[in-house]
Design a protein around this ligand. Structure first.
Ligand code: HEC
Ligand code: HEC
Length: 223
């Protein structure tokens, strides 16, 4: 995963700077002017983490969490509780990925909360135009999602909630890898929910589910 090396390095450098006391980064600047300077720095946590997200996460996850980098999930539209749970799993080394484990290990509890809260505010990615999708494969995916009760936990709109992730609009390559990972045991889960959900589903059907969820468009109100 050499493509991530530069982005990991940039992220870690930015994290190191962010964790220094405010004055340390400003050594070369003229000594603090007045009481107004520190006051201006004490921005609300939300604004701070939006900036830090842009500096430390967006290189991989995209501006506003709309990743288009291979293997990197979209974060836009994810519930904050799901995000903080996964950050915790990365930090504790329970979920492993070369890129995210390196990032996760540097995060404090406040960082995890701040980033997760920010992620929870990012609006989801709009669905692709209907003309670009294979209608037959979408119909198969929809049937599978009902048959295997994916909608029961992830919601009819596939938007998740609380500790359950949004899967509608997630990147297909990432969904495919995650589903296969739950099935072969390489993606550890917080609960056994996903392991049992996919245990009876053939891999081809998991791939169809990934195709479907990544292109999902919430249904129009029933006629
Ligand atoms: C070097 C690239 C890179 C950087 C920088 C990065 N990430 Fe990630 N992130 C990834 C990859 C790759 C994954 C998917 C890991 C996997 O497949 O298990 C991921 C997964 C995640 C997930 C889990 C998403 C899900 O749907 O399960 C969260 C949350 C997350 N990252 C948050 C962050 C935050 C917050 C930052 C900034 C502090 C950040 N990431 C910086 C590459 C990166
Ligand atoms: C009993 C509830 C439940 C059912 C049924 C269920 N899921 Fe999940 N799913 C979860 C939970 C909870 C997670 C979070 C995983 C964890 O424990 O870390 C998850 C995670 C996922 C992820 C990872 C998303 C990410 O961003 O990394 C995908 C993809 C997914 N589910 C797809 C499906 C599909 C497709 C089905 C149907 C075959 C399904 N789920 C059925 C509860 C469920």
């Amino acid at each position: 995963m050499r493509i991530w090396a530069a982005a990991i390095a940039a992220c870690l450098a930015a994290l190191a700077v962010a964790s220094l006391p405010p004055s340390a980064g400003a050594q070369s600047k003229p000594a603090a002017k007045k009481a107004s300077a520190p006051a201006a720095k004490a921005a609300p946590a939300k604004v701070d983490y939006a900036q830090r997200f842009a500096a430390q996460c967006a290189a991989c996850h995209g501006a506003n969490g709309r990743s288009d980098m291979a293997g990197v999930p979209v974060l836009a539209g994810q519930p904050s509780l799901y995000a903080i749970t996964q950050l915790f799993l990365f930090r504790e080394g329970r979920r492993n990925n070369e890129a995210m484990t390196a990032v996760g290990k540097t995060l404090t509890d406040d960082d995890m909360r701040g980033f997760a809260d920010h992620i929870g505010t990012l609006p989801p990615v709009p669905p692709p135009p209907a003309a670009d999708v294979d209608a037959a494969r979408m119909a198969k995916g929809k049937a599978l999602a009902e048959q295997h009760k994916c909608v029961f936990c992830h919601g009819a709109a596939l938007d998740g909630g609380q500790q359950v992730p949004r899967i509608g609009g997630q990147k297909e390559d990432y969904l495919r890898a995650s589903l296969r990972g739950f099935k072969d045991g390489t993606r550890p889960a917080y609960t056994q929910a996903m392991v049992s959900a996919v245990s009876q589903v053939p891999v081809e059907d998991l791939d169809t589910l990934a195709y479907y969820a990544s292109r999902f468009t919430p249904a129009a109100p029933a006629k």
